[in-house]
Write a protein that binds this ligand. Structure first.
Ligand SMILES: Nc1nc2c(c(=O)[nH]1)N[C@H]1C(S)=C(S)[C@@H](COP(=O)(O)OP(=O)(O)OC[C@H]3O[C@@H](n4cnc5c(=O)[nH]c(N)nc54)[C@H](O)[C@@H]3O)O[C@H]1N2
Ligand SMILES: Nc1nc2c(c(=O)[nH]1)N[C@H]1C(S)=C(S)[C@@H](COP(=O)(O)OP(=O)(O)OC[C@H]3O[C@@H](n4cnc5c(=O)[nH]c(N)nc54)[C@H](O)[C@@H]3O)O[C@H]1N2
Ligand code: SF4
Ligand SMILES: [Mo]
Length: 747
């Protein structure tokens, strides 16, 4: 190993300088100055202090944070008061966003394991790139183009996602790559595509304040999207807020109504609500006749789902269902919102569509305060849905459609033959192929699979089959990075520029306000390096900067529902406080974008005939349900507004750690605790057919008897979960499996 290289800043390497000459700067320098929006100029210490706005890098709410710069460095932040999303508010994670960049376990140099039994040791970037490209090439040569795959994320910029997708698929010739958005948003994507003809969440955040009835299904908004919950609280109409969740969550406690249904009984519940609406004639016949397809079959199907028939399964009394239907009928502006309680399920796509059907049949769509509204999770989940080039071709196109391939190739200026007419496998199918020994090389970017994937025992066994695992992360200490053969050190949010798309389709800007440690490079620059070392750098000569890529991505959206050809450049995004898609070139000729826009105001959906589809299917039982051996339902999800997922970032903040428990706890109903002889705070063992974990008992009436809840922020939780997937979206069903609880001797 070359120790000089280890010390040397990136820009001093001769090889890297040569690459920069070809592919644009890889520099570590800050380029942000007042007035240039982070684009190009080098600041000096003499420069006056200033503040600059950028979008938060945690959740999909997409709050704007004003970062305060002193002598060219970020010294603090405050929530931006003039941004239409957060209106001066931020949650604890946002406030701590700069702090987590400073952690001692930041990946600051590449780490390489020279043999399967050696430890990970520092190496220089040249070695890292040479080893990575030669190992992957050797695997491809021996086993074919399906033998190397990647797993990416909803947490890097759209420009980076697009670079990764284009590099791997058009440059390196890979076929398979999926992202952690499979764990999260795949159901919404499948549901919207089938129902509306395009993956199109229709709402704008103002709808939270305009509804008079808001229904939240499987969403703990107060914890997972606290600023959106604040928007609900600002609603001046004294709205009915109805939370459909087996647990009495923080959101349910604050809502006007809580419908505590049995886990995974949503589909039956929504069908019974629909049944009442039809039976009572509480439907919008004009809207149904003119703008939908499939209603009559649905109405006939519903005969078997009266509230009396479903009550035994859902645990919800017929009167409550009738009351719910009546509330929807009487509401003037009814909005339906859903998140992971719906998306993560064995029949998730049909459940999401059962919600969409309620909005369609009552005409609650396309108008202020209405909609069938899926809320996304990660800061750029929506960006990954459009631009990750994994299961969709760039821009929301289809790999299997020759016209789409030609259009995207033209927008990118590459030969169309490079765009293979092959769809990627989904996440769990990639893992299956690894298990079968068919995929031997894997590149993991900005996701912590070895904590967040379902059924960890199987996952770890699967990963051990890999010949070569590359993990690209901002920390070298993540559960997944520790398994890697090569760790690539990534710059983080705040250390790079690009765009994110939030839940309401608003494209916002992130900026480089801080320097990445050591040799860490932005994912964008790491992709550039891989392209050069692979020998396909010539394809990306125009991809010099994130903004140059943004211009290319704009072109891929032309004439699609997500057309953003009217957005001039980053500066326009900055000045307009983000812009929602669509915003076409034609729109831009009519004037600047309005601050809030929703879809379907014209009642036209994206299927060729302009009609939405009403889709339904007979409910099924989940693959695992409680029995005498494992008598409890295990629910999982977010435990606190202060922690983010696998805690790699938020776990580094002293403040956030004070706001949340440091080790695994299990919520258990006091009645069950008494039966099991478990006093408050006692240590218990939770067992499923796949493993066991130890947790502290937190007794709470928020969890129903017969159910327990484990937060996903602790690595242990997914040792218990059961691999089952929705057949359409292939999203894991994280929120339902069977477990047993045993008291442990006092400690
Ligand atoms: N603080 C914080 N905020 C976050 C995140 C984070 O890690 N921390 N992550 C972000 C991401 S990526 C996402 S996807 C979102 C997730 O946001 P949410 O989906 O709101 O969060 P979860 O807690 O995963 O799940 C929501 C609820 O689903 C319920 N649930 C479980 N099973 C069922 C069921 O069968 N039916 C119904 N109706 N409900 C059920 C759970 O009890 C839980 O309260 O949060 C985002 N925001
Ligand atoms: N049991 C259970 N499991 C779940 C869920 C559940 O509800 N229950 N929810 C699922 C859901 S919805 C989601 S979204 C997933 C989330 O699962 P993950 O994606 O695995 O969780 P994160 O902790 O967000 O991992 C992101 C990783 O990227 C790194 N990172 C952050 N920024 C950057 C960057 O700019 N560049 C690079 N290269 N790395 C970066 C972080 O350090 C971290 O290691 O978990 C899923 N798992
Ligand atoms: S609500 Fe989400 S986007 Fe807003 S500050 Fe918190 S984590 Fe960031
Ligand atoms: Mo998510």
């Amino acid at each position: 190993m070359n120790s000089q290289m280890e010390e040397a800043p990136v820009q001093e390497s001769r090889l890297l300088s040569l690459i920069q000459a070809k592919s644009g700067p890889l520099t570590q320098e800050l380029s942000l100055t007042e007035g240039n929006f982070g684009l190009g100029k080098v600041p000096t210490k003499a420069q006056p202090d200033f503040a600059t706005k950028m979008v938060c890098g945690f959740c999909s709410t997409g709050c704007s944070l004003t970062v305060h710069m002193k002598e060219g460095r970020a010294v603090g932040l405050t929530p931006s008061s003039d941004y239409p999303v957060n209106l001066g508010m931020a949650c604890p994670k946002g406030w701590e966003a700069l702090r987590v960049l400073e952690a001692p376990d930041r990946a600051s140099q590449p780490l390489l394991r020279r043999s399967k039994t050696s430890p990970l040791l520092p190496c220089d970037l040249d070695t890292a790139m040479t080893v990575m490209t030669s190992r992957f090439k050797a695997i491809l040569q021996e086993h074919g183009d399906e033998a190397v795959a990647f797993l990416s994320t909803g947490q890097i910029t759209s420009e980076e996602m697009a670079f990764l997708g284009a590099l791997t698929k058009f440059g390196m010739g890979l076929v398979h790559g999926d992202g952690n958005t499979r764990q999260c948003m795949a159901t919404s994507v499948a549901a919207y595509k089938q129902s509306f003809g395009f993956d199109a969440p229709p709402y704008t955040y103002a709808d939270f304040e305009l509804s008079d009835v808001l229904i939240f299904a499987g969403s703990n908004l107060a914890i997972a999207h606290p600023i959106l919950w604040e928007r609900v609280l600002r609603n001046p109409n004294s709205p009915r807020t109805i939370v459909i969740d087996p647990r009495k969550t923080e959101t349910a406690m604050a809502a006007t109504d809580h419908v505590a249904l049995a886990p995974k009984s949503d589909l039956q519940l929504f069908y019974s609500i629909a049944q009442v609406l039809v039976r009572m004639g509480w439907i919008d016949r004009e809207f149904i006749d003119n703008h939908t397809e499939g209603f009559d079959d649905f109405a006939a199907f519903l005969a078997d789902y009266s509230p009396e028939q479903t009550a035994g399964f859902t645990g919800i009394k017929a009167e409550t269902v009738i009351e719910l239907a009546k509330t929807i009928h009487q509401g003037k502006r009814v909005s339906f919102w859903w998140t992971m309680g719906v998306n993560q399920g064995h029949e998730a796509t049909r459940t999401a569509q059962a919600i969409i059907n309620l909005a369609l049949m009552t005409g609650n769509i396309g108008k202020p305060g209405t909609g069938a509204n899926s809320i996304t999770g990660q800061c750029n989940a929506m960006g990954s849905r459009l631009f990750s080039n994994t299961t969709n071709l760039l821009g929301g196109h289809d790999f299997l459609n020759p016209e789409h391939r030609a259009k995207v190739a033209a927008a990118l200026g590459i030969e169309v033959e490079r765009v293979k007419a092959r769809n990627s496998l989904a996440y769990h199918e990639i893992l299956d192929r690894i298990r079968e020994g068919k995929i031997k090389g894997l590149w993991v970017i900005a996701t912590n699979t070895a904590h967040s994937w379902i059924d960890q025992r199987a996952l770890l066994e699967t990963f051990s089959k890999l010949d070569f695992l590359v993990v690209q992360d901002m920390y070298h200490s993540t559960e997944t990075a520790r398994l890697a053969d090569l760790v690539l050190p990534a710059a983080a949010w705040g250390e790079k520029e690009g765009t994110f798309i939030n839940s309401e389709r608003r494209i916002g800007l992130v900026k480089k306000v801080s320097l990445a440690p050591g040799q860490a490079l932005s994912d964008f620059n790491l992709f550039k390096l891989v392209a050069e070392y692979w020998g396909c750098g010539h394809l990306f000569r125009a991809w010099k900067t994130p903004e140059a890529v943004f211009q290319i991505l704009k072109e891929t959206t032309r004439n699609l529902p997500c057309d953003i050809t009217g957005i001039r450049d980053y500066q326009m995004l900055d000045l307009m406080n983000g812009i929602q898609w669509p915003y076409t070139q034609k729109d831009s000729q009519a004037g600047p974008p309005t601050i809030e826009r929703r879809l379907f105001a014209d009642r036209r959906f994206y299927h060729v005939d302009g009609r939405a589809r009403i889709l339904f299917e007979k409910p099924r039982r989940p693959g695992e349900v409680p029995d005498s051996e494992f008598p409890y339902w295990l629910l999982t999800g977010r435990g606190t507004a202060a922690q983010w997922h696998t805690q790699t970032r938020t776990g580094k903040s002293e403040v956030l750690n004070k706001l949340s428990p440091q080790s695994l706890y299990v919520e258990i109903n006091p009645v069950n605790a008494r039966e099991l002889g478990i006093p408050p705070g006692a240590r218990v063992r939770v067992l499923s057919r796949r493993g066991s974990v130890i947790a502290r008992a937190q007794l709470s009436h928020a969890i129903a008897p017969g159910q327990i809840f484990l937060p996903m922020h602790y690595a242990e939780t997914n040792r218990l979960t059961f691999s089952e997937f929705d057949p359409y979206s292939k999203q894991p069903s994280y929120k339902a499996c069977a477990v047993r609880v045993e008291p442990l001797a006092a400690s």
